[in-house]
Design a protein around this ligand. Structure first.
Ligand code: AMP
Length: 268
């Protein structure tokens, strides 16, 4: 991969990377089309597909994660992706270096999924060094991840511009996610409660965060199989919690719907 990427560099091509874990859906498609728009038809669009084991804190989650490589390749072909980079393994047995961040990752997902962001940053750093892209595209669906990657790029001086695509949703509001296929039976219907909670918070501008969080937790947990991990109202720039819910702030939330852990977020 790196030899190929060095060739592109020498030829002066612009390269854009869309990192994914596969099981591609329309949300991924939208990031790919953003990538293509950025580098036009002469640029190189690389989609990486790699279920990164070190970012899974729950072995069950890693085992159950959907893997659909041949379908993914078909989607990439339809979207005129130039290269699908789908390595079997990116780690040596005795690997002893990782990328760690000490501020933005100490909250929210970082608290509930210990080691997750270190795994994400380490694999994204590897992908950046292998693909040598000028741009890399991430989804706003993983809002904290975008903040963490931007911080890594800033602090480690990666010469890469980060582009962010909006969250694509199903018609009933559920944010598209590779994990949605695991929502069997009536779990699929219950899962819409997350986006409905975001909508509810939009109607509650001016509320004190503590009260609204309590109310939303009750609202979500009215679903028989829903259990909230966290609900937080944050400043969009630094992800610090805010006391009063105001326009321009963001709600970030995570909940388990049966065995499936989902996250979502929205601008207020
Ligand atoms: P994943 O394959 O889940 O690791 O996601 C790969 C990229 O797609 C990440 O940058 C995600 O934020 C992004 N993504 C996931 N779901 C969506 C969605 N519903 N809309 C837009 N982007 C998404």
């Amino acid at each position: 991969m790196q030899r190929q990427a060095l060739g592109w560099r020498q030829a002066g091509s612009r390269v854009v990377l869309v990192p994914t874990m596969g099981a591609l859906h329309d949300g991924h498609r939208s990031l790919i089309s953003l990538a293509r728009k950025k580098v036009k038809k002469d640029g190189v669009v690389v989609v990486s597909i790699y279920v990164n084991p070190v970012q899974f804190n729950d072995p069950q989650d890693l085992d159950n994660y959907p893997r659909t490589l041949s379908l993914d390749k078909k989607i990439c072909r339809e979207e005129s992706v130039d290269i699908v980079f789908a390595p079997n393994n990116l780690y040596k047995k005795d690997e002893s270096v990782e990328v760690k961040e000490d501020n933005l990752t100490t909250r929210l997902e970082g608290v509930h999924r210990p080691g997750h962001f270190t795994g994400v940053m380490t694999v994204v750093a590897k992908l950046f060094n292998l693909v040598l892209p000028d741009f890399s595209v991430f989804g706003e669906k993983d809002f904290q991840q975008v903040a963490v990657i931007r911080r890594m790029v800033r602090d480690m001086n990666y010469p890469i511009s980060i582009l962010v695509g909006p969250t694509l949703r199903e018609v009933d509001g559920l944010a598209m996610s590779s994990r949605n296929v695991l929502l069997t039976g009536d779990l699929r219907g219950q899962a819409t409660v997350l986006s409905r909670a975001i909508e509810l918070s939009r109607q509650s501008i001016g509320s004190r965060s503590v009260y609204l969080k309590r109310r939303l937790r009750r609202f979500i947990e009215k679903q028989p199989d829903a259990q909230v991990d966290y609900i937080e109202f944050v400043d969009t720039i630094n992800l610090n919690p805010i006391k009063t819910v105001n326009k321009g702030s963001r709600i970030l939330l995570a909940a388990k719907i049966g065995p499936v852990r989902l996250i979502d977020n929205g601008l207020l």
